[in-house]
Design a protein around this ligand. Sequence first.
Ligand SMILES: O=C(O)CCC(=O)C(=O)O
Length: 271
Amino acid sequence: MAKIEDAAELGRLVGVARIMEGSAVPACDGAALARTGWTELPLLLSDGEARALADAATRIVAGGLPAVLVYACAETWRVGARVAEAMSASLGAPYELLADAWAFHVAPGASGWSPHRGSYDLGDREAPELLNAWIALTDVPIESSCMHVVPLDRDVHYPTDLRTHDTRASQPLPVRAGAALVWNANVLHWGGASATHAPGPRMSITFTLRRLGAARAGRAIEAERLDHRARLDIVADQVLLYGELERSLPAEFHEWARLTHALAGRSRKER
Ligand SMILES: O=C(O)CCC(=O)C(=O)O
């Protein structure tokens, strides 16, 4: 795991160009979000920005490491800050970025995560306490494990019975590379199956946003203030949280995450 710990070496492996500087923040349709629970920001990233991050994730995976290490790059977190900015402006309520994220590299023939809701605590419909953001780094047609949701206005178990997962009223959400899908965390969603003939892996990154002041658990972060160590600590925490959902994660990476988490706790106590 030496190459993870060494910022310069990991930087060479990832090789992501500086991105996300100075482009306009896209807006979303707040009324659609309130009605259906989801919305799209079609051009959150330019083609070049999406490709730079997809290339970084490809190099990480080719180097024998899990795609979630793309969060060791400052540029990745800048994407999260940008989604938070876009949603705050669109919904007229400030949203903060949480230390909660995962990167997906779904090979042809594999599937994304199975149906779940990001939160089972009923939230506000117009300005949800928690939003999940999912950003496509590759084109994601239906056959490449695209996201599926049950829109809130078609979900017979919303808002009274969130624990029931009935996927019959599902809607597939194919998107182009660079688009963000953002949904109310109460929305039932999942990553579909990728056809064996899909042209390549489906790659995407995710973030969680919390409405400022909302009573929902999670550590808020300022993307620009995270240094390499802080980013790696978040990666380790995410592996402990979500690693079980990814059967392909090597055992030694789980071990690295456990040790990194323990060391971070110890150095916080010593401060
Ligand atoms: O990309 C996927 O397959 C699943 C994403 C998801 O369910 C999530 O981010 O909560």
